[in-house]
Design a protein around this ligand. Structure first.
Ligand code: NAI
Ligand code: SOE
Length: 383
């Protein structure tokens, strides 16, 4: 097997989720590459050493510039806050590395476009970690749509609800709270949560033409952990938008960090002329399906336990009936990425594909300002 040496940047939540994906993938998927945890990188030398020892990385770096220049690194994995993605990805592309980058691709569309240009110029394999595409029940939804079971699509409805920023005493910025700092995050729930909903939506239902949005920042000022001063909050705490898809269907999207009782409630529903689909992250191994063509007296919502050998990804795991979870979507993402490299047919979403989501986020935030419908610039998806 060919060795594939990974250099991971960032050892937080996603650093762990990705490391688990890299560590497991060869146990469950037949690949031509053997993934090697070559180096972990973060700024705190002591902490990164402890992380590397725990996860089995062979070496550490405290400066990502050094990591991407190393000859023994094949793939750079970016698991750092949003404001670092572009600089690292563009430098890694110049150094000829394969790149996996966390979502959202960039701080905004302009920055994302530069990233796409850099990786396409360098012709390096690349992918963005929109991992929800790789939950078996979500992949099954895509199969059912591709098979034409829903017929013409009328409605797409998505929401992503959390409740962790309700306290006005919560500071913004720095480790753990960079998501509240506009300079590190680029936006609030739009880039952090709705980006996931948008990625899934455009994968399942095609492109979005225009959007009309409203946003709100409920807590206007918070103490900043880096400056120690009370500063204006620049992020959107909540966002709701209407959208029109190119296929004629209508959509509503909603996200907030102020929905008391909800920790990570991501749901979507699609209504077609023959059938409907509903999915819920809290019950991620199930897909709800209603088919109007069923015999009348038996017609009803089916709750499909997506754990059988003929369901997407499931033949690689346990025996039928035994479900898998959140972390497996990252194993699937690594497997799909490597199969794409091996077959020459790139796995999605590439940086180019993720730019489409970035443009939609930009249009949403612009519409919230202008109070007008905003058109979404077109992106040609990866062939
Ligand atoms: P985190 O705050 O848990 O970890 C960030 C890590 O980056 C920390 O280890 C920090 O020390 C490191 N870091 C920051 N600046 C750095 C620099 N200049 N050089 C080296 N290391 C640096 O953040 P989390 O939750 O892991 O998020 C990271 C990225 O992953 C974000 O872009 C976020 O949007 C995305 N994300 C995606 C998820 C998904 O579902 N696909 C879930 C959670 C986060
Ligand atoms: C925020 O709490 C967060 O971790 C996002 O950053 C992720 O992208 C999402 O998958 C879960 O929630």
């Amino acid at each position: 097997m060919k060795k594939l040496n990974v250099g991971l940047i960032g050892y937080g939540f996603m650093g762990r989720a990705h490391s688990n994906g890299f560590a497991k993938v060869n146990h469950f998927f037949d690949l031509e590459h053997q993934v090697v945890l070559k180096a972990a990188c973060a700024r705190d030398g002591g902490k990164v050493k402890a992380f590397a020892a725990r996860w089995g990385y062979e070496s550490v770096e405290t400066d990502w510039h050094k990591l991407i220049q190393r000859d023994d690194i094949d793939l750079v994995d970016i698991a750092t806050p949003n404001n670092t993605h572009a600089e690292i990805a563009i430098a890694a592309a110049k150094a000829g590395k394969m790149i996996l980058c966390e979502k959202p691709l960039s701080m905004n569309g302009l920055e994302g476009k530069k990233m796409v240009e850099a990786i396409e110029k360098a012709k390096v394999p690349n992918m963005v970690w929109y991992n929800y595409r790789r939950i078996p029940a979500v992949a099954l939804a895509r199969q059912l749509i591709d098979e034409g079971r829903l017929g013409r699509i009328f409605h797409y409805r998505a929401k992503f609800l959390q409740d962790w920023t309700i306290s006005p005493d919560l500071p913004q910025g720095g480790a753990g709270l960079w998501r509240l700092d506009i300079k590190a995050a680029g936006s609030g729930v739009t880039g952090d949560l709705l980006a996931h909903c948008i990625d899934t939506a455009i994968w399942l239902n095609g492109s979005i033409d225009k959007v009309s949005a409203m946003t709100e920042t409920f807590i206007k000022e918070r103490k900043h952990n880096l400056s120690g001063k009370v500063e204006k909050v620049g992020i959107d705490d909540a966002c709701a938008f209407l959208a029109r898809f190119s296929n004629g269907s209508l959509a509503t999207f909603e996200s907030t960090r102020y929905a008391r009782g909800h920790k990570a409630l991501y749901t979507f529903e699609i209504n077609g002329e023959h059938a409907s689909i509903f999915w819920d992250l809290h019950d991620l191994h199930r897909l709800q399906y209603f088919d109007h063509r069923d015999e009348g007296k038996l017609r009803g919502w089916r709750s499909i336990h997506v754990s059988d050998g003929d369901h997407p990804y499931m033949k690689n795991w346990w025996v039928p009936g035994l479900q898998i979870g959140y972390e497996h979507s990252f194993v699937h993402q690594v497997a799909d990425f490597l199969q794409g490299v091996e077959s020459g047919k790139p796995a999605r979403p590439t940086f180019r594909d993720a730019l489409e989501t970035q443009y939609i986020c930009d249009a949403v935030l612009k519409s919230a300002q202008t109070r007008q419908w905003e058109k979404v610039p077109k992106v040609t998806r990866t062939a």
